[in-house]
Design a protein around this ligand. Sequence first.
Ligand code: SF4
Ligand code: MSK
Length: 631
Amino acid sequence: MISEKTIDESAKPLIDKAKKDKVEIVWDRFEKQGNNCDFGKLGICCKICNMGPCRLTHPSLPLHLRVGPYATKAIKGVCGANYDTIAARNLSRGIAAGAAAHSDHGRDIAHTLLLAAEKKTSGYDINDEKKLMTLAAEFEIETAGKDKHEIAKELALAILDEFGTIKNRLQFIKRAPRVRQELWNDLGILPRGIDREIVEMMHRTHIGVDNDYTSLILQGLRTALSDGWGGSMVATELSDVLFGTPKPVMSKVNLGVLDEKMVNIVVHGHEPILSEMLAEAVEYPELVELARIEGADGINLCGMCCTANELLMRRGIHVAGNFLNQELAIVTGAVEAMVVDVQCIMPSLGEVSKCYHTLLISTSPKAKFPNAEHIEFDEARGFDIAKEIVKLAILNFKNRNPNRLSVPSNPVNMMAGFSAEAIIAALGGSLTPLIDAIKEGKIMGIVAMVGCNNPKIVQDKNHVEMTKSLIKNNVLVVETGCSAIACAKAGLLLPDAVDMAGEGLRSICKPLGIPPVLHMGSCVDISRILVVAASIANELGVDISDLPAAAAAPEWMSEKAISIGAYAVASGVYTVLGLPPAIIGSSKVVELLTGSAENYVGGKFAVESDPIKAAKMIMEVIKDKRKGLGI
Ligand code: SF4
Ligand code: MSK
């Protein structure tokens, strides 16, 4: 049943159409999987060395896996690793992979800034000089008598140094409250270098290295912190320098943003580097004219997943959808080119695009796809490559099959662009009005709603229901990634959505003309949320863990989401997951992450798949924190 797959009205007819067109999409493959591997779900299988793969028996395994020919009697791996070591190693490796993805994205942006500073690119320059100067001051770069390119070069080099092993302390850590920095230092989880923590995590999880689950998890938290306060923050801040710091902007969202009469180009993935050039190229007069010659009304650029969020935040470019919408965009039969870079791009897209006329174009040297055309991106020729891609899309317009064309109508209006700077500007220049509203109880607290879609959950349902419940209880919700797109599709990212909010929250948002749910950007932009949380804590003279704040990832699926959850907890934030990570085979790892973690770092995980119950759990924590602050 389609209602068990999605609540997105623009997606529903296309799920039907995929079936009619005999195109296999994500829900079909999910169904074919049947039950997930029971050992995998519990996190008690290990394939770290070739004495395995090892799997351990467990009372919660189904009978046929405990008795009989497929059963295992082992309670330890061949090397002697127990439940706790195996579960902790698996989880920590997931954190390392997620942190690597975010941080390598950050490194690419830093590298682009360096090339732009050296004037070795085509199309890139310093866009936000104010942010450049703020960051230069933060990195103690002497600016007197230097031009912006010299300063940008020094900043890019200083930031590239954050990835290495010499400095021994990430610069952005200083943004956290001093008590938090001391706590991280005392626990031995203060991140030293971005690559260093990821590499050390991989080293520690090699066979026969770190075999103590607490020690593994602590290094997992340090690795995650090197993402949130390191790689992700680098990606956000330097993207702002290159492409501008977001300001409130109106846009449209859902698969209805595709236009039957236009050449449709969908950018999908995560990095703004190529997509920013494409946004310029679609306005290039010769290409606009070529589109007309080819019989189209014009060129329609729209986005998918976090590349969408990057373009939306800075340019108001329309958003076609979030993670589970990616194949459906092609199923419309109206997409001339889907241009992808890295992360969250389904390997199935090439197969799906073969069923229509869509060109799937991969662009990153790090990410190639079956059945895709590869046009490798190079910053030195950025604008030229973007024009080449747009031209290919235009020339593909004539290959559309009108009998396979079906674009949903009714895109939804939305507001985005809430960087930390934009929130402060909307509040009149400081966070004080927000802090006062929290103190007075008009705003009970702040919740960061983040993360993906997952076919295990009806698409968008938990993001939307949980958000609605929280705003009704006067909680300001800040969102990023696919969560923000989910709520945008449901109309929650509009100033009018204050009518769904409680009286207190409404009384704050309405006069400011802002929605009760603020879109803060892509997944790496969760670092913007950390900055706001740290600023509020600093203003109040408390730690982040004292704030009436929480985080939630109700439909998470990626390793990046594991890293995000881990740095939220390590930063002192109560974090509710809609689905459990694969650790439940180790009661000790579960207890550490959902219980005693709070004694160490002031934050902990909880798991609840019912969005209303999850919202209630968060409200309880928010009330407790308010009590703790005496407000
Ligand atoms: Fe098995 Fe140990 Fe090798 Fe893992 S590391 S596969 S538990 S022997
Ligand atoms: S894109 S990591 S599916 S949020 Fe950032 Fe969406 Fe999750 Fe990817």
